[in-house]
Ligand binder design. Structure first.
Ligand SMILES: Cc1ncc(COP(=O)(O)O)c(C=O)c1O
Length: 435
């Protein structure tokens, strides 16, 4: 080993991260941590500290770190056939596609696999354009779709947009963010007004004939914004009237996360033409997925190809995740434990004035912090201080929202009420610090 190599091996993962990665890859916490091990709901850092992982690698570790069943499937597949590319069929891909056609709502039938949520959404947008022969897409402000030119052009947060829109024809309607109603209405009529904004945006900023409307059933990066009942049904009606398809971006909301159902959109009466997902589908293995009706998929001009799409190892992981969720009835668990979490968070809201709003569904629950409940001035600095306190108490949480003032929790689908109590105790202590 050369002297330079020796010196390098003594540096910590964090020092190397700072020296050799793009600085834009920002780390959480004043003193960032490097994680070395995960098991179930917990992770360990280089110092041997154990943390309850209540963010799951951004809602991605869906069924527990190092899940033995998922790992066994990955290891077995790795030993058998690791990669062949999409130009040959493979059993795990075909089996997963068959399973997905079975568990998705409505007539969704044909899948296209990639490696990330960004690619899944890009594929959906392209599919909608090809199927309709139109070029315009309606999305929502406060949304997040990823990092490609198309995805960045759909993102509804200036903070996640390093350059102006590169793709023409993407228009942004108001998000049904009823806690901060864009029309200063009550939650009862905010949703209806926001749905009409989709119509207005189509009528005033497009040709009037769109390719699709795309939205997250619960807006993840946006701070777990939950559109009110009836919103999506009305938007679907408007979308179809203007010739568009309905795309549900389920990158965060799928796989039982929202409780009882496989997909977040199933809590509404909408029948999507396309669903996308990624994250929790592989429990950490890179995977992206777009499913469409046969009518839409058949119009996707070929040939098309994604080198890692349908990779047998990712596909085996996806099958194992779905089986684990089914075998352990985790969709029900997400509802039961999620309701318990919600109740405990509402208690925190009663106790701490800093908590302006608690919202979400199932095991996707967020807490919006405000300096004053009347003015709703965002308390992003308080979120950072709560982060430090919860970390000190061995609990990892996430954040989001346009103003960075929403704490996001994305506990694993097999979390218990004891895990919830551990999270809530840490949050309670964190809110005391910022009181
Ligand atoms: C709703 C949603 N769509 C798309 C993406 C992009 O996924 P990826 O980071 O895997 O490209 C994300 C990522 O957070 C997301 O939350």
């Amino acid at each position: 080993m050369s002297e330079a190599q020796q010196a390098s091996s003594l540096k910590t993962a964090i020092e190397k991260h700072r020296e050799f990665l793009f600085p834009a890859v920002a780390l959480y916490y004043q003193e960032p941590i490097a994680l070395v091990k995960g098991e179930g709901e917990y992770v360990w850092d280089t110092e041997g500290n154990r943390y309850l992982d209540a963010f799951g690698g951004v809602l991605t570790v869906s069924v527990g770190h190092a899940n033995p069943d998922v790992n066994a499937a990955i290891i077995e597949q790795t030993k058998t056939l690791q990669h062949i590319s999409a130009i040959y069929a493979n059993h795990p891909q075909s089996d997963l596609a068959e399973k997905l056609a079975e568990i998705t709502p409505g007539d969704l039938q044909k899948s296209f696999f990639t490696s990330s949520g960004t690619e899944a959404d890009d594929t959906a947008i392209l599919a909608a354009k090809l199927a309709t022969g139109r070029g315009e897409i309606v999305v929502l402000r406060h949304s997040y779709s990823g990092r490609s030119a198309t995805a960045l052009s759909t993102v509804g947060h200036s903070s996640w947009r390093p350059i102006p829109s590169q793709v023409a024809g993407i228009v942004h309607a108001r998000a049904p963010y009823c806690y901060r109603c864009p029309w200063k209405m009550t939650p009862d009529n905010c949703g209806a007004a926001c749905a009409e904004d989709v119509r207005d945006v189509i009528e005033t900023t497009t040709t009037g004939e769109i390719a699709a409307f795309m939205a997250e059933p619960i807006m993840g990066v946006g701070g777990f914004i939950v559109p009110p009942d009836g919103y999506f049904e009305r938007v679907e009606e408007i979308t179809r009237k203007h010739g568009g398809l309905f795309i549900a971006d389920e990158v965060q909301t799928a796989w039982g996360r929202t409780g009882d159902k496989w997909f977040g959109i199933e809590h509404t009466g909408v029948k999507p033409d396309i669903i996308t997902s990624a994250k929790g589908m592989g429990n950490g293995v890179p995977i992206g997925w777009t499913i469409a009706t046969a009518e839409v998929a058949d119009k996707f001009a070929g040939p098309t190809f994604a080198t890692f799409g349908g990779n047998p190892v990712s596909m085996a992981a996806g099958l194992a995740v779905i089986k684990f969720i089914e075998d352990n009835d985790l969709r029900t668990n997400a509802r039961v434990v999620g309701d318990y979490l919600r109740g405990r968070l509402e208690e925190l809201k009663e106790k701490h004035a800093i908590v302006g709003d608690v919202r979400g569904r199932g095991l996707m629950q967020g807490i919006e912090l405000v300096k004053d409940r009347e003015t709703k001035e965002p308390a992003a600095d308080a979120v950072l201080r709560v982060f430090e306190e919860t970390k000190r108490r061995g609990v990892l949480i996430g954040k989001g929202g346009l103003y960075g003032n929403v704490i996001r929790t994305g506990m694993m689908l097999n979390s218990t009420k004891d895990n919830v109590d551990e999270l809530v105790a840490a949050l309670d202590a964190g809110f005391e610090v910022v009181a």
